[in-house]
Design a protein around this ligand. Structure first.
Ligand SMILES: Nc1ncnc2c1ncn2[C@@H]1O[C@H](COP(=O)(O)OP(=O)(O)O)[C@@H](O)[C@H]1O
Ligand SMILES: [Mg+2]
Length: 421
């Protein structure tokens, strides 16, 4: 769908970090829509000018970033300021508030970013959540291990992609999980409060939900099933398949619960990515973030003819009407290829064979050969992505598994190289 005719194209500031998986898709969608894109990258000035990018920002110094963006806005106003992923959602809200652009309430944006704030808001609104408790990072885990109900899950407040999320089944495992998660949080430097969250472990199957909020109303865009069991101790994201194979009634419950969670958190505008667990006791939000799905996963979503998720998000951001969002294909899936063990990636084989599997539409290896790879819970990346489009969700899942079985990753142990202090 082409952009509505405008005298001048709306100007959009995209905020992203150099390692973002999401930037390319947003930039491509903005170009397709004919938007005037300004790149706001979290990077030192010399690097940004080397890449020919106009705006180098330090996301860790929001006041300076806001002042810089404000000066640009005064010269040539932005229609929207958009964070492409987690790293800048709070900054985007603060900037939008400063520039007088539509935005989410900053406290709600924080609650969609910080798991402790989120849990409190969900619980206050009577949305079912696991039992949860926050502890300061310097607490002694051995002294509180007996207070926990097992199994439980230890997690950081503000990381993503399951980093530092560890299940513990007993006191010894709790102490080990705590120490490990604490080290991961410390290796990230100060990002919010030095604390971690302990939650009761919820059994069940898990789904991910993509949605878009307009004036507080949620438009459900997709429900992804996660067919691999996610039982811990670490929670690797692997296969996502849509449309969901859960019964329609349950999907309706998932949609309703996601809308309820978004309202409880207080988000009203823009993308929502939620994860929920379903068991005999009901539908439980694990997480609700004010962003779209991570990695390269969004590329399997197509709304109408060739309209991608980023296009919908950008249209919403600049206030353009949204097209119908019915999806026509019958099965689509993506596999985030997990890193099986740490070391130096020396080679990748079988990509052509994986691509040749029926239903597979692409294989993208994003890890770089001769660079170290780090698995969960410390790691924050994948080896790559496999994409499938088929006539059913079951066929999409089968295609992803068949393609993955074709891939061989040569990872050499790195002796004496410690990546995490
Ligand atoms: N209380 C819980 N019970 C069961 N599984 C959980 C719980 N909390 C997290 N998980 C698992 O860990 C994954 C990552 O946790 P989440 O809170 O979403 O952190 P992140 O922001 O890193 O994605 C979830 O998708 C889920 O599979
Ligand atoms: Mg999550």
């Amino acid at each position: 769908m082409s952009a509505p005719p405008e005298a001048t194209a709306p100007r959009v500031l995209l905020l992203y970090t150099p390692t973002s998986y999401r930037a390319t898709a947003f930039i491509a969608a903005a170009e397709r829509l004919g938007l005037d894109v300004v790149h706001g990258m979290d990077t030192p000035e010399p690097l940004a000018s080397h890449w020919g990018l106009p705006v180098a920002l330090d996301f860790a110094r929001p006041e300076e970033a806001i002042a810089r963006i404000g000066a640009l806005h005064a010269e040539h106003p932005f229609a929207a300021v958009l964070a492409v992923d987690d790293g800048a959602t709070l900054l985007a809200v603060e900037v939008s508030a400063a520039l007088g652009l539509p935005h989410n309430d900053p406290a709600s944006a924080l609650a969609a970013r910080d798991k402790w704030e989120m849990r409190q808001r969900l619980a206050a609104a009577k949305v079912p959540v696991p039992a949860f408790r926050r502890y300061p990072l310097d607490a002694d885990p051995a002294a509180i291990a007996d207070d926990q109900h097992y199994p439980c899950v230890v997690k950081p407040l503000r990381l993503s992609g399951s980093r530092g999320v560890i299940r513990a089944d007993d006191a010894d495992a709790f102490v080990a999980a705590w120490e490990r998660t604490r080290r991961i949080i410390e290796s990230e430097g100060a990002n919010g409060e030095p604390a971690l969250l302990v939650e009761s472990y919820l059994p069940g199957v898990e789904v991910a939900v993509e949605g878009l909020l307009t004036g507080g109303k949620l438009r459900l865009l997709a429900i992804f099933d996660k067919p691999d069991p996610l039982e811990g101790p670490f929670f690797e994201e692997t296969i996502y398949v849509t449309p969901s194979r859960l019964p329609p009634g349950m999907q309706a419950e998932i949609a309703a619960r996601t809308a309820q969670a978004a309202a409880a958190v207080g988000l009203r505008e823009g993308p929502v990515h939620a994860e929920l667990r379903i068991n005999a006791a009901g539908v439980w939000p694990i997480e609700l973030a004010g962003r779209s799905i991570g990695g390269l996963c969004s590329s399997v979503l197509e709304f109408g003819v060739g309209i991608g998720l980023e296009e919908l998000i950008l249209r919403h951001a600049v206030g353009w009407p949204l097209p119908a969002t019915a999806r026509e294909h019958h099965g689509a899936g993506v596999m985030m290829i997990p890193i099986p063990r740490g070391g130096m990636l020396r080679g990748v084989e079988g990509v052509a064979e994986a691509c040749a599997e029926p239903g597979v539409t692409g294989v993208e290896i994003t890890a770089r050969v001769n660079h170290p790879v780090t698995p969960l819970p410390e790691g924050s990346s994948y080896l790559g992505f496999i994409f499938a489009r088929t006539d059913s969700p079951a066929a999409a899942e089968a295609a992803l598994r068949a393609a993955h079985a074709r891939l061989r990753f040569r990872i050499e142990p790195t002796i004496g190289l410690t990546l995490i202090p």
